[in-house]
Design a protein around this ligand. Structure first.
Ligand code: ZN
Length: 164
């Protein structure tokens, strides 16, 4: 077996007996550079490969429908961590949308009263490290009061609207 010089890090290495034509040493960094170089050359030379790389993740998922389900089954801790992070991202997005909602008046100066209902929430109120969430909900428009117009105020020919 003949020693070679890695063309990335220029260290001397012994090629694998399974890959006598090996030109790059076995270090992870040089492997990564070799793969990146292969990827660039392949994209330049192979239109099918280029198209596959351009495909959206949605297309990829539709061609590999079981991949992520299997991944979640095999990596439950990672799946749970991802679920929690997604939950936080969803909450942030909802709050951003709320802040950008033009119908909300100046949030900085709103005096918010927070009401805690439920038997277990006394601890929450006394726990200083508990994160507080204030949900701003748009109130329903007030119901129209029942029409009490007299016959004199009502235009001729119009029916009295009933509420309900
Ligand atoms: Zn190397």
């Amino acid at each position: 077996m003949v020693e070679r010089r890695c063309r990335f890090c220029e260290q001397i290495f012994l090629p694998s007996k399974y890959q006598p034509g090996q030109l790059v040493c076995g270090s992870p960094d040089c492997h990564r550079r070799r793969r990146a170089e292969y990827h660039r050359q392949k994209i330049a030379a192979d239109p099918v490969y280029r198209q596959v790389c351009r495909d959206s993740p949605q297309k990829w998922r539709s061609r590999h429908p079981d991949y992520w389900r299997r991944y979640r089954e095999q990596h439950p801790a990672a799946a749970e961590r991802n679920r929690q992070r997604q939950h936080v991202r969803d909450q942030k997005r909802r709050l951003r949308n709320l802040a950008n909602n033009n119908s909300v008046f100046d949030l900085k100066h709103s005096a918010a009263g927070v009401w805690l209902l439920g038997p277990g929430l006394l601890d929450l109120a006394n726990n200083n490290s508990a994160p507080a969430q204030v949900w701003v909900l748009e109130a329903l428009p007030p119901r129209k009061p029942p029409t009490s117009a007299s016959c004199k105020q009502q235009p001729p020919g119009e029916l009295v609207a009933s509420d309900g």
